[in-house]
Design a binder for this molecule. Structure first.
Ligand code: NAD
Ligand code: UD1
Length: 312
């Protein structure tokens, strides 16, 4: 049985990936410090995985975690853009140095392939659409700089040491287990929670801003395909479909029967107006084509929030 490591495996995306890897017959090890993840997210696979509570900043934890692994999925991160603005040094220690320490350990342990969870945030406010991997990057937050730095480290390790790597630039991921509790949580988790509580949504600006929302099961499929492939470099992971925030609320209102009208607040500083991925690189080189239509993803996510309100 092949052993694979998932850093951040107790998180929103990581826990879905772990479930899928177990179903595919891998021996799965998780390294997570539970700073934003929860062991309960792994309840369905408890007893069938190896869970290491540890920190990617700690060299010993990381070496123990990679020992004997053929592939690594690196998802552990400070994921809140706002937190990286408030604490650029502390978040860089995790997102940048933690990623480097993982690569160092992977190289030393003879890991074959590392797949990294990067972000569309690296594109920043470049107005060209759809966003393509060969567009110039314009990071606008410490978070985006840290993700970009980690991407570069992956490619340097590829060039210098022959460690096979891929960075996946996730667009806006949504699905069960996404934590809606902060104002900076994913907008779908917030809107669904408010609709179920019969509360009006808060919309920053006119609601005409757009995002490319991708369902978590599709992101897991992209991660798996990237780990099996030998293609190197960066790949967008989105759907290619642009949805504006007002339309998103209307869909959620229709699904939940919530009759509240949105309350508009001033736009968020730094908010990007439009975002949508070009997805032909991932399709052509990884064979990844998203399968879950947006409406279907919303219904599945709503069903989960109905059963487990407030992200529990
Ligand atoms: P999440 O917060 O649920 O998952 C992150 C996990 O990393 C958590 O379980 C957390 O406890 C763990 N972690 C944090 N710091 C750690 C450390 N020092 N050592 C060990 N573990 C640590 O967030 P998520 O949405 O599942 O994000 C997963 C990855 O995908 C992240 O790298 C994130 O930047 C990236 N990403 C997410 C989105 C999105 O829309 N959710 C978009 C782009 C990129
Ligand atoms: C998201 C990610 C970020 C990632 C980036 C690029 C989350 C929480 N953040 O930021 O980590 O780097 O994509 O991939 O997933 N909005 C409202 N009302 C609300 C909440 C949000 O109007 O209550 C608006 C926001 O102003 C924004 C849009 O909805 O215009 C999406 O917001 P959000 O889900 O926070 O995602 P991004 O800002 O795109």
């Amino acid at each position: 049985m092949e052993t694979v490591l998932v850093t951040g495996g107790a998180g929103f995306i990581g826990s879905h990936l772990v479930e899928r890897l177990v179903a595919e017959g891998f021996a799965v090890r998780v390294l997570d410090d539970l700073s934003s993840g929860r062991v309960e997210h792994l309840a369905a696979v408890r007893g069938r995985i190896e869970f290491l509570e540890g920190d990617i900043r700690d060299g010993d934890d990381v070496r123990r975690a990679v020992a004997g692994c053929t592939r690594v999925f690196h998802l552990a991160a400070v994921v809140s853009v706002q937190k990286t603005v408030e604490d650029p040094l502390g978040s860089a220690a995790v997102n940048e140095m933690g990623s480097l320490s993982l690569l160092e350990a992977a190289r030393a342990a003879g890991v074959r392939r590392v797949v990294f969870a990067s972000s569309s945030a690296v594109y920043g406010d470049d107005p060209r659409l759809p966003k393509r991997e060969d567009h110039a990057v314009r990071p606008r937050s410490p978070y985006a700089v840290q993700k970009l730095a980690a991407e570069h480290y992956l490619s340097v390790y590829e060039g210098l040491f022959g460690l096979s790597t891929a960075s996946l630039r996730f667009f806006n991921v949504f699905g069960p287990r996404q934590d809606p509790s902060s104002p900076y949580s994913g907008v779908i988790s917030i809107f669904l929670t408010r609709a179920l509580a019969d509360e009006a949504p808060l919309i920053y600006g006119d609601g005409g801003q757009t995002r490319d929302f991708i369902y978590v099961a599709d992101v897991v499929e992209a991660l798996l395909r990237a780990s099996r492939s030998t293609e190197v470099g960066v790949f967008n992971v989105g759907t290619g479909r642009e949805v504006d925030i007002l339309t998103l609320w209307r869909e959620i209102a229709a699904l939940t029967g919530c009759g509240r009208s949105p309350r508009h607040l001033p736009p968020r500083p730094g908010d990007i107006r439009r975002s949508v991925a070009a997805i032909d690189e991932a399709a052509g080189r990884l064979g990844f084509v998203p399968q879950v239509p947006f409406e279907e993803g919303l219904s599945r996510t709503l069903a989960w929030y109905r059963r487990a309100p407030a992200g529990s």
